[in-house]
Write a protein that binds this ligand. Structure first.
Ligand SMILES: C[S@@+](CC[C@H](N)C(=O)[O-])C[C@H]1O[C@@H](n2cnc3c(N)ncnc32)[C@H](O)[C@@H]1O
Length: 430
């Protein structure tokens, strides 16, 4: 397929998505199945176009004065890919499966390309209902923060120290041009201009020397202060991304208990821990009504909570999610966060640490939840963000301390990571 035909296919996919209100990934999969002539490169390129359109849906529609799939895609070519109106016009020939030629009005809109009068949520491609929440966190930087969340993310890798150091991983992946990440001592970043490399095919990945993990996730583990010999409960372990980082920090000494309310989410963990050579992880999957964590009450040095959240910090990787998110989901997540925090306290030993992390940037899911927990538990004390960062060997992260409570906030704009909130609390020694 030529670039023009790919553009037509992307317009078709966004049209189906709008009409059927389905996630883009589902529509792309079905499109691939019903267009067998399209090769993997075609499908990947069409997917990139559709995702780019979703990244900047609101601002692209604004500059085009039209929110139709065609208009949004044209606006995205301008805004994300920096194409001139001339280049875009060259794609829209109206022949051989190419979209119909640009109208005079479209041409004029592409040439003007202005967001000068647009409100912050349009300039930042933030859903309108979330604009007040973003403004509460970011104030005059709201549009810039939203814009950074709309751009493509690099691929970040975490070196698994159980298998080798970062220099070894860097050598093994030299052909991909890895750069050390700015904060995480284990991180390597692959800045890809086109398609992300297929990591599963890399021997360094297959042998467990590296894991794919955003630097923000790595920092959540690093800031927990996990160390050799500790008893650590990873209460929302899911697929085990943070569990593996914690096990490596502990040099396979002590114990990590990996739990999750949804046993199915834990399934990938078994293969991953074998590949990583992590030997101090016990998976505690739910078993009906049985309390599988009862023996850990009052015993843990660290309870790590990678809480369920709206994922507003991961919009770079999942641009469809931001437009699908509904106010009810935010309320549900806040409730789930309160529940998991309340449950976590029981496992802390006196002097133990609770680490709370979300990949959301909103106060509602972060500072507000910690404030509610502290109000209910006078025996919990917040750890100063600067102290937390300095103790973890990343004092520069202290600059990102929250201005509205304990903890710190990472964002693509300020730290080049996914958006994260990370806070630590200590249980009084008793
Ligand atoms: C952000 S995900 C975890 C991701 C995982 N830690 C990782 O690094 O790959 C949040 C997880 O919390 C789990 N969860 C939700 N409510 C919970 C609860 N009350 N107790 C324990 N786990 C819960 C969800 O099933 C989900 O797997």
């Amino acid at each position: 397929m030529n670039p023009s035909a790919r553009l037509s296919a992307a317009i078709e996919i966004l049209t189906v998505m709008d009409e059927q209100r389905r996630p883009v990934a589902d529509v792309l999969r079905d499109w691939g199945r019903s267009h067998r002539f399209a090769g993997s490169k075609d499908r990947a390129a069409i997917g990139d176009l559709a995702y780019d359109a979703l990244r900047v849906h609101a601002s692209a529609a604004w500059i085009m004065g039209d929110a139709s799939p065609r208009a949004v895609l044209l606006g995205a070519l301008r805004r994300i890919r920096g194409m001139t109106s001339e280049t875009i016009a060259g794609l829209l020939t109206g022949q051989d499966h190419a979209p119909a030629p640009l109208t005079e009005a479209e041409l004029a809109r592409l040439d003007t390309d202005t967001l000068a009068d647009a409100p912050d949520h349009i300039r930042g491609d933030i859903p309108e209902w979330l604009a007040p929440s973003f403004a509460a966190v970011f104030g005059q930087d709201t549009a810039a923060e939203g814009e950074a969340l709309s751009r493509r993310a690099p691929v970040d890798l975490r070196t698994n120290l159980l298998k080798g150091d970062r220099a070894k991983a860097e050598r093994a992946l030299k052909h991909l041009g890895p750069e050390p990440t700015p904060y995480s001592p284990w991180g390597l970043r692959l800045v890809h201009s086109d398609r992300a490399p297929a990591m599963a095919a890399e021997p360094a990945y297959a042998k467990g020397l590296v894991e794919v993990q955003d630097e923000g996730s790595q920092l959540a583990a690093l800031l927990s202060g996990a160390g050799p010999g500790q008893q650590v409960l990873d209460l929302c372990a899911g697929g085990g991304g943070k569990t593996l980082a914690l096990a490596a920090m502990m040099e396979n000494k002590g114990q990590v208990y990996a739990a999750d309310a949804d046993g199915r989410r834990l399934t990938p963990i078994y293969d991953r821990l074998a590949r990583a050579d992590a030997r101090n992880i016990q998976v505690r999957a739910p078993r009906g009504t049985q309390d599988v964590l009862a023996d850990l009450a009052g015993r843990c040095d660290l309870v790590f909570i990678d809480a369920p959240c709206t994922g507003t910090g991961t919009w770079r990787r999942n641009p469809d999610a931001k437009w699908r998110l509904r106010p009810g989901a935010l309320e549900q997540r806040c409730k789930a966060q309160d529940e998991v925090l309340a449950a976590a306290v029981r496992y802390l030993k006196p002097g133990g640490r609770l680490l709370y992390a979300t990949c959301s940037v909103l106060h509602e899911e972060n500072e507000d939840r910690i404030a509610a927990l502290l109000a209910a538990h006078p025996d919990l004390l917040p750890l100063d963000a600067g102290v937390m960062a300095a103790r973890a060997g990343v004092p520069q992260l202290g600059n990102h301390a929250s201005k509205s409570g304990p903890g710190l906030r990472l964002t693509p704009r300020t730290t080049g990571t996914d958006g994260f909130y990370i806070a630590a609390l200590t249980r009084a020694a008793g």
